[in-house]
Design a protein around this ligand. Structure first.
Ligand code: PAF
Length: 277
């Protein structure tokens, strides 16, 4: 497994890879969710590149960039046995050298849900993912359904900018009790860890209602809200029942639909979602 830092180092190593490269972009502190993406890339592509970069431009000044968990040694130990060919771990100075001023922005899709709460977030995500695509030149790129809006935004950017990259979105990996895996789960301790299950419970309540025949989107949103409001440690930021691709809020559910939410548990902000097919 080659570990590259500089852009020239990355490009030289990339040239030696068998074409049909699968890229798994990550911010490190890997968990089973990331590993499932890497395993899928390994099963589908002749070469696999993993990028590990805590991208500063997708964090607002008030967010947790400085305390975002980092442990490169641990990450490398986790991915080496999977048979990854190349790891790229650039520094912020390599990705954003002094004088940097170019951005990639997706319009309406980034104004809703997460974008409404975190107005500068997706501009940072799309910019860094476009830079990763340019540097690595993958044929496929793997993202988790956990960040459902991120996946929708990246699909849109890839189509709009004609990147010759197939975007593969992989299912959420959950703890046995239902909590969606996230690097931020590390911040959940004691009662907060238990309270965090409220997201899964709320999504399950809406899904049960849908499976029982409920198609009124407002009723499904209300079901999710009621469950969250009953948990004293939870502070709801949003719940949504929206079209899977456009993320526009629905009045009634017919096609592929995304139930999603963001909830604060203590100081930890968690997101989760279910897809209704
Ligand atoms: O999902 C993430 O970990 C990040 O947003 C990504 C896609 C690696 C871009 O920094």
């Amino acid at each position: 497994m080659i570990i590259a830092t500089g852009l020239d180092e990355l490009r030289t190593a990339r040239l030696l890879l068998d074409p049909e490269v699968g890229l798994v972009p990550t911010m490190g502190y890997l968990h089973e969710g990331h590993l499932s993406l890497i395993r899928k890339a390994k099963a589908e592509c002749r070469s696999v590149v993993v990028s590990i970069f805590v991208n500063p431009t997708q964090f607002a000044p008030t967010e947790d960039l400085a305390k975002y968990p980092r442990d490169l040694e641990r990450d490398l130990k986790l991915i080496e046995p999977i048979g990854v060919d190349l790891v790229w771990n650039p520094t912020p100075e390599i990705m954003y050298p002094s004088g940097y001023q170019t951005w990639v922005e997706v319009d309406a899709l980034t104004k809703r849900l997460e974008g409404a709460m975190r107005p500068t977030h997706f501009k940072g995500v799309t910019t860094v993912v476009a830079k990763l695509f340019n540097a690595v030149q993958p044929q496929r790129a793997y993202f988790g359904q956990k960040d459902a809006q991120q996946a929708a935004v990246i699909r849109r950017m890839t189509r709009d900018l004609d990147f010759p990259v197939e975007i593969v979105v992989c299912p959420i990996v959950r703890e046995p009790d239902g909590l969606a895996m996230s690097s931020r789960n590390k911040y959940l301790e004691g009662d907060d860890r238990k309270a965090a299950l409220v997201l899964f419970r709320a999504l399950s309540a809406a899904k049960d209602a849908y499976q029982a025949g409920e198609r009124d989107a407002e009723v499904l949103r209300r079901k999710m809200k009621e469950v969250i409001q009953a948990e004293p440690r939870a502070q709801m930021q949003y719940v949504s029942c929206a079209d899977y691709d456009s993320l526009e809020e629905l009045e009634s559910v017919s096609g592929k639909t995304l139930l999603s939410m963001a909830v604060l548990i203590g100081k930890t902000r968690l997101i989760d979602n279910f897809v209704l097919e």
